[in-house]
Design a protein around this ligand. Structure first.
Ligand code: 2NL
Length: 345
């Protein structure tokens, strides 16, 4: 029994000595295995207990248990401390300089054309219109025939577009979208149709073979030219400012009767004449008219019951006027030096 007591004392002593040299969690684990493991020193001593008498056994057992608890506590304290130090070292090693400049994300901005599209659509949405869209590739029925532009009609030249085949073409205006809506819906119909349209125009500072348009259509009982003019006056005031006046001139479109062109008082001089309006005092802004009764009836809408007005606004021209852009090509070249000027606008 004395010998076992001595062994236990030696184990505790050498354990305490070795514990002082422990630096890492791995060191702690090595000690744990060496002293408390299945093949460890304490286990070896306990095996020798079989030689003890029944009286001695519980005493030595108690002592061995005390040594075990001592070592377990010492090991867990050591690993806690090492854990804390290692974490602290890691935190000092991985310093983060929050004063370094960040990696900046270049911000984009809405293209000036779509800025104008959004503004115009917003105005009509507030007037109870909804937005309708449709295909840019059309057949000649919706592209021309249904708008009273039969083959050989002189106005087809003016609107000459790009043909994919004899009968398939790129739409020269967004009217086909409106015809498609009228085909499917009975009045009241109140829509605006924004989108890309195509014409066989050579590119220069004021012409582009691809451009943007918004057309509007209002069909209901008793819609008059007065409603058209009132709506357009309200719209132009919202878009160009409350002082804006409009001038309505007679015109001709095959799809409307009567038809008109609408000018607004010049935003540069208010009507007195300046460089912007070429001394006219007025700037042409859109075309409009009362939907031709044939166009209504071909969509299954009875022109004896219903009437409607329609209008079309060119977006490029509006954006150029609004932002003082003098060459239409700037709107399509996507030169960042140009587009960045609209950042934050
Ligand atoms: C322009 C101005 C316009 C329309 C578009 C239209 C649409 C249908 C029926 C009747 Cl479905 N009209 N749209 C009307 C007048 C003018 O656009 O200068 N166009 C060549």
């Amino acid at each position: 029994m004395l010998q076992i007591k001595e062994s236990l004392g030696n184990i505790q002593k050498s354990f305490t000595e070795l514990l002082k040299a422990v630096r890492t969690l791995a060191d702690v684990e090595v000690l744990r295995v060496r002293f408390l493991g299945k093949k460890g020193e304490l286990t070896a001593v306990l095996r020798g207990m079989s030689a003890l008498s029944a009286e001695e056994r519980p005493i030595v057992g108690q002592m061995a248990n005390d040594v075990r608890i001592f070592m377990e506590n010492a090991l867990s304290t050591a690993s806690d401390e090492i854990g804390r130090t290692e974490k602290a070292q890691l935190l000092t090693a991985q310093t983060l300089d929050i004063t370094l400049p960040g990696i900046s994300q270049p911000t984009g901005s809405r293209h000036p054309l779509y800025r104008v599209v959004d503004e115009i659509c917003d105005i009509f949405l507030k007037l109870g219109y909804t937005i309708a869209e449709g295909p840019e590739i059309e057949n000649d029925v919706y592209g021309f025939e249904r708008l009273r532009l039969p083959e050989g009609h002189p106005a087809r030249d003016e609107q000459d577009t790009f043909y994919i085949s004899d009968k398939i073409l790129l739409r020269p205006q967004t009217s086909p979208v409106q015809v498609r809506v009228m085909d499917k819906t009975q009045p009241p119909i109140k829509i605006v149709c924004p989108g890309k349209v195509y014409r066989q125009d050579a590119l220069d500072s004021t012409h582009s073979p691809i451009f943007h348009q918004i057309e509007g259509l209002f069909v209901d009982r008793g819609v008059t030219m007065g409603d058209l003019i009132g709506s357009l006056r309200l719209f132009t005031r919202k878009l160009f400012g409350e002082d804006t006046k409009i001038r309505v001139r007679p015109h001709h479109f095959p799809f409307t009767e009567p038809s008109c062109e609408v000018d607004i008082s010049c935003w540069g001089c208010g009507g007195n004449g300046c460089r912007i309006c070429k001394n006219e005092g007025w700037i042409e802004i859109l075309g409009a008219g009362m939907v031709h009764p044939e166009v209504l009836s071909w969509s299954g809408i009875d022109p004896e019951i219903y009437s409607g007005f329609a209008f079309g606004i060119g977006i490029e021209r509006t954006a150029m006027g609004r932002y003082g852009i003098e060459d239409i090509r700037l709107l399509f070249e996507n030169d960042l030096r140009f587009l960045r000027q609209f950042n934050g606008l």
